[in-house]
Design a protein around this ligand. Sequence first.
Ligand SMILES: NC(=O)c1ccc[n+]([C@@H]2O[C@H](COP(=O)([O-])OP(=O)(O)OC[C@H]3O[C@@H](n4cnc5c(N)ncnc54)[C@H](OP(=O)(O)O)[C@@H]3O)[C@@H](O)[C@H]2O)c1
Length: 285
Amino acid sequence: MTGKTVLITGGTGGIGKAAAVGLASMGARVGITGRDRTRAERAAADIEAESGNSAVDIFVADLSSQAEVRRMAGEVLSAYQRLDVLVNNVGGFWSHRHTTADGLEHTFALNHLAPFLLTNLLLERLTDSAPARVVTVSSGAQLMGKIDFGDLMGEQDYSGQRAYNQSKLANVMFTYELARRLQGTGVTANVMHPGMTNTAFSAEDPARRMAPIVFAARPFMKSPKKGADTAIYLASSPEVENVCGLYFANRKGKETNRSSYDAATTARLWTVSAELVGLPIEAHR
Ligand SMILES: NC(=O)c1ccc[n+]([C@@H]2O[C@H](COP(=O)([O-])OP(=O)(O)OC[C@H]3O[C@@H](n4cnc5c(N)ncnc54)[C@H](OP(=O)(O)O)[C@@H]3O)[C@@H](O)[C@H]2O)c1
């Protein structure tokens, strides 16, 4: 990865930080993102120490806000004249319904709309840097997901698990539709499940964090290093250089939710998402 530049959202802890260590260890320049400058600086220092690579940059933004995504994308475009890999990793879980600065439901806004907008804003730079890759971190929860076009924001009926499942299915559908749009550009888009990983995931949601099922599963979860393995593989391995539009777990291609293979539904989600983030619907077609 020497000579390559990688941007990983949410690199201050968990799977993102472990992916940053892995890719920096291979020689890449790595940009990580986080909401808090001090936390991001501390994480960058750890990544530099663990990888022996001092080419680690930080970008500070709360990606639940579209204005922040746009500002950060501008900073990334100024800092990086080429971008070889984008890893969309940030995600969260909220047992109770919250809205963002844009008035959107938090899970859908952060887990799906933020990577959708960020990827679109960086797409030209990725295309100019081709061969390039977009890797999006989804979850096995996508299998239980349903895109509820009638109530995307859970206004009528909210459940944290349903919102999370929907957002992770949206990650898969976004990738499949992106892959179709990227044909012939030299940019690939793939999506993955890290496996149950022992991180700070849902730290902001004590109801979820302390849920008996999560608590009981913790000793059996993967380390962040293992959880990051498939993301690192998709971001760097020559084996998947020309692989585009697939979902992976443990480095292997896997089936996804049946609805994700319906091109009309993925196109519809793209259109609705573009409207929600204020992008031209046909952008980068
Ligand atoms: N852990 C699992 O078992 C598991 C299983 C399946 C899928 N996943 C997926 O894996 C991804 C990473 O999860 P993780 O377990 O590594 O979570 P984590 O330990 O909670 O890390 C989340 C990262 O995202 C950043 N972040 C959170 N909210 C943000 C916001 N509003 N704006 C910007 N950055 C934000 C955090 O940075 P700051 O707090 O410093 O801002 C942190 O770096 C998620 O997409 C998750 O859905 C995880």
